[in-house]
Write a protein that binds this ligand. Structure first.
Ligand code: ADP
Ligand code: MG
Length: 444
């Protein structure tokens, strides 16, 4: 196999992207370079981080399909940042940022509708307010701010509102995106001197939905920009819907004027689901996956996994996997063994000292370092890990945990908790590290 593709094939791939996937294509795709084709994997070089983020989030499948169409082979695609690509490109080819409604719609999951959402005392208010906004955008509650811990259905509800709005009025201009994507668009717009287009794009919608708005934390320029976007939309009675993992006031260094605006409409919290709701969710998800789950199995799963709906889904998937090797039979043994893989986190209450000793041992650092003001990475990361575990496994308040680690305030602890959760989700090596520490903790 050749170790890269010819210019002709590359041109063909780009042509496929432009014709078959027009909404995702961007003018700057012309800057991209095919770097290698090794073992069926095509590596494509991008000129900067903003391009890389866009490609990874929106264009991987597009390039896979285009590469397969152009080469007639099964090709996988990866993107890398390549300074040579950036250097070779004259910064002339600038297209205006364009708002494509199709794009926003495409990013909605067909499964995240109100029909698929199970309600209970934990989420009734959030659900009802989302329904009201879905029926009457811009009129019911504005802004609508939904907060709650990870995996409790915020994204699901936000997308359900979008579906509902579009069902009633298909021509509504909705922009649904995560705060990270918004931030990337903003950075890209700043880099390209295209703030104008950015503003036009986000200030001319009927409904703006931003998921995980807590990622505005510590981003001053972005906060400033969002403030004006918010005002423009609000004044025009356009609907704004936001979600976060905490209340507006708890988002670290969020400008006061944003905190107050986020509180103007309705702020509702989703709590962890109670047993009955969990059972109903398990049943619903099992049905959706075509898993014939006996009632006692649903009960068993729901009584073991308490805090996070995503984990309930994970358990069902594991059970489904195991059932394949058990002639499709789902019995108590099978469910038990699938659940044993799960750490019953909420049942274990530890002391903060157990956590610090496991973490200091793991990283070979001293407790006094973690309690000091030092901010170097070698100390800051273990400190954040301690805060995360303290939040998960002890009953201490945010203030107490912050106090223990050198008098830090509660927003620092929240930030650490959030950061570690995110890295746990996104970085397999990091997750392995945390799991290693967790193993030490369960022996203690
Ligand atoms: P969050 O955005 O709060 O982290 P998600 O909306 O991504 O959580 O939910 C995680 C998973 O759990 C999704 O697959 C979602 O469908 C499911 N889920 C959460 N709550 C419910 C619920 N009440 N009914 C049905 N599914 C739910
Ligand atoms: Mg979410």
């Amino acid at each position: 196999m050749k170790d890269t593709i010819s210019e002709a094939v590359w041109a063909d791939i780009l042509a496929h992207v432009r014709t078959d996937h027009a909404p995702a294509a961007r003018g700057w795709f012309a800057q991209l370079r095919p770097l290698s084709l090794v073992g069926g994997e095509l590596t494509i070089g991008a000129a900067n981080a903003a391009q890389l983020t866009y490609l990874e989030n929106h264009a991987r499948q597009v390039f896979v399909e285009a590469a397969q169409a152009a080469t007639g082979r099964l090709v996988s695609v990866s993107f890398v940042f390549d300074p040579a690509v950036g250097a070779a490109v004259a910064p002339v080819e600038r297209e205006p940022l364009t708002f494509e409604r199709e794009n926003a719609v495409l990013r909605l999951s067909a499964l995240y509708t109100f029909d698929e959402f199970v309600t209970g005392p934990c989420n009734q208010l959030a659900h009802a307010s989302c329904c009201a906004v879905g029926e009457n955008p811009g009129r019911a509650y504005n802004p609508l701010f939904i907060h709650g811990s990870v995996g409790l259905g915020k994204t699901h509800l936000l997308q359900a509102v979008c579906h509902r709005v579009l069902d009633h009025a298909p021509a509504t201009r909705i922009s649904y995106l995560s705060c990270e994507t918004l931030a990337n668009h903003f950075i890209e717009a700043v880099e390209r001197g295209a703030l104008h287009s950015f503003r036009y794009m986000y200030r001319n919608v009927d409904v703006l939905v931003v998921d995980d708005i807590q990622f505005l934390a510590n981003r001053d320029r972005m906060q400033e920009e969002f403030f004006h976007t918010f005002n423009t939309l609000y004044q025009a009675q356009k609907q704004i819907i936001l979600s976060a993992d905490c209340m507006p006031a708890e988002i670290p260094s969020l400008e006061e004027r944003l905190v107050s605006r986020f509180n103007w409409g309705l702020v509702t919290r989703i709590e962890a689901p109670c047993l009955d709701t969990r059972i109903a969710i398990v049943r619903k998800k099992a049905k959706l996956k075509g898993v014939a789950l006996p009632d006692d199995a649903a009960m068993l799963i729901a009584s073991r996994i308490k805090s996070n709906t995503r984990e309930l889904e994970g358990a069902i998937a594991r059970i489904q996997g195991r059932a394949c090797f058990n002639n499709g039979i789902i019995d108590r043994n099978l469910v038990e063994s699938a659940l044993d893989q799960e750490v019953p986190r909420s049942d274990r209450i530890l002391r903060i000292q157990d956590i610090t000793s496991a973490v200091t041992e793991h990283f070979g650092i001293k407790l006094s370092d973690m309690q000091s003001k030092r901010r170097s990475r070698s100390v800051a990361v273990p400190r954040q890990i301690c805060m995360y575990f303290a939040r998960q496994l002890t009953r201490h308040s945010l203030e107490e945990i912050g106090g223990f680690f050198g008098g830090r305030d509660h927003t620092t602890v929240l930030h650490a908790d959030r950061l570690i959760k995110r890295r746990r989700n996104e970085e397999p090596d990091f997750r392995a590290r945390l799991e290693q520490i967790e193993r030490t903790l369960s022996i203690n």
